[in-house]
Design a protein around this ligand. Structure first.
Ligand SMILES: Cc1ncc(COP(=O)(O)O)c(C=O)c1O
Length: 483
């Protein structure tokens, strides 16, 4: 028995699915960006008994068109500013559909030949684009959190004084890792999961621009060594999640060389800015990192999921992840074949590379970097509107495309009352969600509740930024009346 449809039926269903997509794209920017339905309402729509018999797929596509799309965030809309969400691109959608048809499993070269070579090529292209070593070993994985984990596992293995694969960590002195206070929570999780202990993750203070204080970092490394601990790794950041700040990579590289530490860079969000001619100089030192991660699913506009993990010495990556049981033994005459499973914790893995290949080839680096630069300019435009306004204030510099600010009503009559403004802006965030015209998330900047806008969407115009500003002002005024 085959589960396949008859060719004519499959053709009709493909047409129906593309019509749904065309309608979706035709509606961009219209209606609400956030559905604002309750969990109970959405559960009531989807909570059905396990389907035991077949159903008409055309009807199911209708359900997707009406219900799944209705209750999903409009991430591709220019009014969506939440988290770090790149808005996707149409060329990648085509690749995604086709790769699902191909259904490749790229654990070994011979289980996915074209897939393996395309993954190697896109990794090389991205390294070249941002100025990292194009000879580095690399793999694609799901996202930045898993990529940080994979890279830090390599750092731990290579820098530990014993063979931890055999011995575990039991015979090691505590190993310390350093990241700024603005480091992403996935670094904390990785340190925890790797058995290193979160108290040995040193959170180093930042300067007024939210960049790591390298003097404080060096003092901490020296103090840890004197205390008998084993410093192994410094994590530098290119584009922090909160504000988009980047650490001084050259200074971090020098410190790592001086103290023989592994230098890892978390460029999950901001890495692609290094591909812009006029911004490149800010990331000097990136090429010296022992490992780096960068997410095409953030600022390369590739749909979720995809992240690149690079390790400069590819043998270090292989040394960490290569384990070949009899059922995965190498096939004969494979000298020039790369089995990606030897460079990754994952075995079975989907063909993530195709959507990245399609994105890079369709648009080219020139168009993609222009879009990235436009995002930065629009974020800076919003920042200048905030600075010139009488009722909003900026809470952090805007080096990339993240803008953190808060509503204060009247700057001239502003009170010295953090609690009052925190409460006010939390209410505003709730009201933004209820309203649904725009979507953004909040954060805390030095104890102050901030409205946080992340501006990475190639469909956005300056008029969209004006619209955002007007909606936020309207909501701010409405909430302030009752504050
Ligand atoms: C700096 C940084 N690192 C890591 C991550 C985690 O990436 P992901 O959400 O793709 O797992 C993020 C996510 O925003 C990030 O901003």
């Amino acid at each position: 028995m085959s589960l396949d449809f008859a060719p004519e039926q499959f053709q009709q269903l493909l047409q129906q699915a593309s019509d749904i997509l065309l309608t979706w794209y035709a509606h961009i920017g219209k209606g609400k960006t956030y559905p604002n339905a309750s969990p109970e309402e959405i559960q009531a729509v989807f909570d059905e008994a396990l389907p035991m018999t077949s159903q008409n797929p055309a009807d199911l596509l209708q359900t997707i068109a009406h219900k799944v799309f209705q209750y999903s965030n409009k991430n591709i809309y220019p009014h969506y500013y939440g988290y770090i969400t790149g808005g996707g691109n149409q060329a990648a959608i085509l690749a995604e559909m086709l790769r699902n048809g191909l259904n490749q499993n790229n654990l070994k070269w011979h289980s996915a030949p074209a897939n393996t070579e395309i993954e190697k090529i896109v990794l090389r292209w991205i390294a070249e684009m941002v100025g990292y070593s194009s000879d580095a070993g690399g793999v694609l994985t799901s996202g930045g959190a898993f990529a940080n984990f994979l890279a830090l596992a390599v750092a731990r293995k290579i820098k530990s004084p014993i063979n931890i694969a055999e011995e575990g960590l039991y015979a090691c002195p505590p190993m310390t890792i350093y990241v700024s206070e603005e480091g992403h929570s996935s670094v904390d999780k990785a340190v925890d999961m790797l058995g290193l202990g979160k108290k040995y993750l040193r959170k180093i203070p930042v300067n007024q621009d939210f960049e790591i204080d390298t003097n404080a970092l060096e003092k901490q490394i020296v103090a840890d060594k004197q205390a008998g601990l084993l410093p192994i790794c410094v994590v530098g950041i290119v584009g922090t999640t909160n504000t988009g700040a980047s650490d001084d990579l050259e200074a971090l590289a020098n410190l790592c060389e001086k103290y023989d530490l592994w230098f890892h860079i978390d460029a999950a969000y901001g890495g692609f800015v290094a591909a812009l001619e006029s911004y490149k100089y800010q990331f000097k030192g990136m090429e010296k990192a022992d490992s780096m991660i960068i997410n095409p699913h953030k600022w390369l506009y590739v749909p979720f999921e995809s992240a690149c993990v690079y390790v400069k010495n590819r043998n270090h990556l292989k040394q960490t992840y290569s384990l070949i049981p009899s059922y995965l033994q190498l096939d004969i005459g494979n000298d020039s074949r790369t089995d990606l499973m030897e460079y990754n914790l994952q075995l079975t893995k989907d063909f993530k590379a195709l959507k990245i290949w399609m994105t890079l080839k369709t648009y080219g680096v020139k168009q993609l970097t222009e879009a990235i630069e436009q995002d930065i300019l629009k974020a800076k435009y919003l920042a200048s509107k905030i600075e010139e306004s009488a009722d909003f204030e900026l809470l952090a510099p805007v080096p990339m495309s993240i803008v953190c600010f808060r509503y204060v009503g009247n700057k001239e009559k502003k009170k010295e009352d953090i609690v009052f403004y925190n409460h006010l802006n939390q209410q505003i965030l709730r009201e933004i969600e209820k309203d649904g015209r725009v979507f953004l998330a909040g954060t805390q900047i030095k104890g102050k509740t901030a409205l946080r806008v992340c501006c990475i969407n190639h469909r956005r115009t300056y008029e969209d930024i004006d619209y955002l500003f007007e909606v936020l002002r309207e909501i701010g005024q409405k909430v302030a009346i009752h504050a």
